[in-house]
Write a protein that binds this ligand. Structure first.
Ligand SMILES: *[C@@H]1O[C@H](CO)[C@@H](O)[C@H](O)[C@H]1NC(C)=O
Ligand SMILES: *[C@@H]1O[C@H](CO)[C@@H](O)[C@H](O)[C@H]1NC(C)=O
Ligand SMILES: *[C@@H]1O[C@H](CO)[C@@H](O)[C@H](O)[C@H]1NC(C)=O
Ligand SMILES: *[C@@H]1O[C@H](CO)[C@@H](O)[C@H](O)[C@H]1NC(C)=O
Length: 466
């Protein structure tokens, strides 16, 4: 800094590097970072590209622990990090959310904190009926195994919705239109529905809330099970029953899927290729369902780059192989400015495409099932808040008609440590007891998740295998 000011004087500029000292002037030239003070107590770290400019340092803790600082980034001689580093990073014990919130029954053992592998058992007071898992184990991803244990009287119109671990519930009446509201203990984030309403059909609206810590992840198994279930509900759109056979969407039918993948600066060329592989795997998985969707595929960073737009897809009707080729031709260099993560712009782009579709044929548009699947590190850092854009997509498709709510599915796969869980939870659908937000550690885990997804059993002539 000092040196820069003196640069005004030409003569001084010439001797300045000598004053500043050779080592620092050398590191200035290539932007490399110091090797000192990087250790983590109880763990190790790996570097993506040594101590050079742009290298990513990732802290690793053993099973059952998480790093207090996840990663650092070497930028212009400094190790930056997302969270402010006050003291030496350390590996901390993973805890599962507080199970003592369980109502009308008993939790054993009853203690302050629950760590990985701790087992808890649940039982009801007399006059209450038990639902859910009677035994739960704290898993290494910071979640309890099984499902929320609930002791209910089941005398009301809707069953007792329970109190998921780590949360508190207000509302103890479960008849039609009764509302329950959830909050998560600090510093946990609520994923799913904060408010649920008892509906005519005897079911609660939305999705059961879950309390996530920053270190909580969905395992690929959990995610594939939930995503398969959700897709099945939304892709096997039955049009009519005929002689007991399910008739599904017509060929070239009314299912429009928008896929957007983050290709921003935080990921390097290898990750970029990984992102493309991830899209291919998703397209491949969807090809197992008895539908033939139309696609829009976008990659985004500061700007949004379309691989294929919805109207072009409908005109050209490319095969999966054509799309894969298009993606292969889209190289790392082509993705333009890579610094930002403009999630708002992605949703705007999708909204524009939807508007074009509606202009082309409003009848067809209203009959179409619209699915948006966004992959991101979840940290929208430019273009403003994405939520208003998502809200206007909702208005466009749902048109304030509750019956049309099913016509839109908003999924987000949050990948990596930087996901802003709270923000992302506001971008996804919340209904039908399904999960729409998935949080995975990295793209490899996303791919593992798609691998785990079981294809349907149908004879599969047009399916493509990678
Ligand atoms: C950091 O860790 C390395 C390898 O474990 C060790 O050799 C070094 O002495 C440590 N440095 C500090 C400052 O603790
Ligand atoms: C939890 O139990 C499994 C299986 O017994 C073991 O492999 C793992 O190391 C345990 N984890 C912790 C954090 O104790
Ligand atoms: C619009 O879509 C409807 C329903 O899919 C179809 O019957 C109709 O022929 C379409 N109209 C035009 C002008 O393409
Ligand atoms: C969790 O992550 C969010 C967003 O990355 C951050 O703002 C927050 O401070 C983190 N919370 C804790 C307890 O570390």
């Amino acid at each position: 800094m000092e040196c820069k000011q003196r640069l005004k004087w030409l003569t001084l500029a010439m001797i300045c590097p000598i004053i500043a000292g050779a080592p620092s002037s050398m590191s200035k030239r290539d932007g490399s970072c110091p090797k000192e003070n990087l250790n983590i107590t109880g763990g190790t770290f790996v570097l993506s590209n040594g101590y050079s400019h742009g290298s990513l340092l990732r802290y690793i803790c053993s099973n059952g622990y998480y790093p207090s600082v996840q990663s650092r980034h070497c930028q212009n001689e400094h190790w930056t990090s997302k969270t402010k580093i006050i003291k030496t990073p350390e590996c901390k014990k993973i805890t599962c959310p507080n199970p003592r919130v369980f109502k009308n029954g008993e939790v054993i053992p009853y203690k302050e904190k629950y760590y990985v592998n701790d087992t808890t058992t649940y039982s009801c007071h007399t006059d209450y009926t038990f639902r859910g898992s009677a035994v739960r184990v704290c898993k290494p991803n910071g979640k309890w195994s099984g499902s929320t244990p609930i002791c209910g009287r089941d005398s009301d119109h809707c069953p007792d919705p329970g109190v998921p671990p780590g949360s508190s519930r207000t509302g103890d009446m479960f008849n039609i239109d009764d509302k329950v509201t959830y909050n998560c203990e600090r510093p946990l984030t609520l994923i799913g529905s904060k408010v649920r309403v008892c509906q005519d059909g005897g079911q609660w609206s939305g999705t059961e809330p879950q309390c996530y810590a920053n270190f909580t992840y969905d395992t690929p198994e959990e995610a594939s099970e939930a995503f398969s279930s959700s897709l099945k509900t939304n892709l096997a759109v039955e049009k009519e029953e005929q002689k007991g056979r399910k008739i599904t969407l017509d060929e070239g039918g009314k299912l429009d899927i928008y896929i957007a993948v983050d290709a921003s600066d935080s990921i390097d060329e290898k990750d970029f290729d990984n992102a493309k592989i991830t899209i291919k795997m998703l397209l491949d998985k969807i090809s197992y369902y008895p539908v033939s969707p139309n696609y829009e595929i976008l990659m985004f960073a500061t700007d949004v780059t379309p691989i294929i737009k919805m109207n072009n897809f409908k005109m050209q009707k490319p095969s999966l192989l054509d799309i894969f080729k298009e993606m292969d031709d889209f190289t790392y260099e082509k993705k333009g400015d890579k610094t930002g993560t403009n999630i708002a712009q992605v949703y705007s782009t999708i909204e524009e495409s939807m508007s074009i579709e509606e202009l082309n044929n409003a009848t067809a548009f209203s009959e179409t099932q619209h699915i948006i699947i966004l992959f991101s590190d979840g940290h929208a850092n430019m273009g403003g808040k994405p939520k208003p854009k998502v809200d206007s997509i909702k208005r466009l498709v749902i048109k304030n008609d509750p019956k049309r709510e099913k016509k839109l599915d908003l999924y987000v796969f949050g990948v990596g440590e930087d996901v802003n869980q709270e923000d992302v939870n506001g971008l996804v659908s919340q209904r039908d007891q399904e999960k729409y937000f998935f949080k995975l550690q990295d793209l490899t885990k996303v791919q593992q998740m798609f691998d785990d997804m079981i294809g349907t059993q149908r004879a599969c002539g047009s399916c493509f295998h990678i």
